[in-house]
Design a protein. Sequence first.
Length: 321
Amino acid sequence: MVDDALTAALRLAFVPGVGPRMHKELLSAFGSPAAVLSAPASDLLELPGVGPKLIRRILGARTDVEVEREIEICRSNGISILHEGQAEYPRILYEIPDPPGVVFVLGELLPLDGMAIAIVGTRHATHYGKKQAHRLASGLARAGMTIVSGLARGIDAAAHRGALEAGGRTIAVTASGVLNIYPPEHKELAYEITCSGALISENSARATPKSGMFPQRNRIITGLSLGVIVVEAASRSGALISAWHAMDQKREVFAVPGRIDSRASRGCHALLREGAKLVESPDDVLEELDLPLVYKGKTYILAKAGDVRGIISPKGSQKCA
């Protein structure tokens, strides 16, 4: 049986013209996707930014937007579809100004993933940059933090691998669907991530990557995290978009310094001049986030974890053979 609330959430999420901020405005006004889809045109017209064209699309979504096939694809591939009305929807995402109406999750999200840090940077990383991303991800994963990044080449991949090799948890937020891995050479890495974390996207399961989705997915990377570490970013790097999202979301922004003559470090140095926290080691991040950890036996106890407390094994939650 298809869940009516899920069906309504997907239909609203797939309406052209209903972006994340408009989606939030609609839910604030009407309470639920089902209520939005059944609202009278006169009530919809009262909202700023809602015109006759968008109203026709919203009202037509009950019949024009097919979602049953998408639900079946996800069920047959072990993909969870989470919407804002569910307890399983990542609570930390509620805090951002433009949360995704639905997210597709391949793998498993755990409560301790609320203790996450994002690590991002250029796709054209130097050996130094990849080494620092790997080192920081490994150290923070051993301290019990989940590493969030974007599965891209360069810094992102180094961060994911650092977390995995430390036996920790990692989450990849993709600009494509979770069944359409981009870049294609990261298919094996993506599989490993699903064994110790999750792939997440706001796009349909088989969606192809589009250039405009990469900056948009960055807000989810930072939205899932307590802060973001930028490791190598050129002056106009997409990683800087993540830093701006983090600032807008009231998240902490960290930057790793690099060589003063390296173009790959210009973005990081600009962030440091603007007040980002300088990072040399995982301890710099833990101290700034005020998350002291105590090692006891073979586990790290999260002594102070915001609204998430618990115990995590250094080996994370390995599910795959």
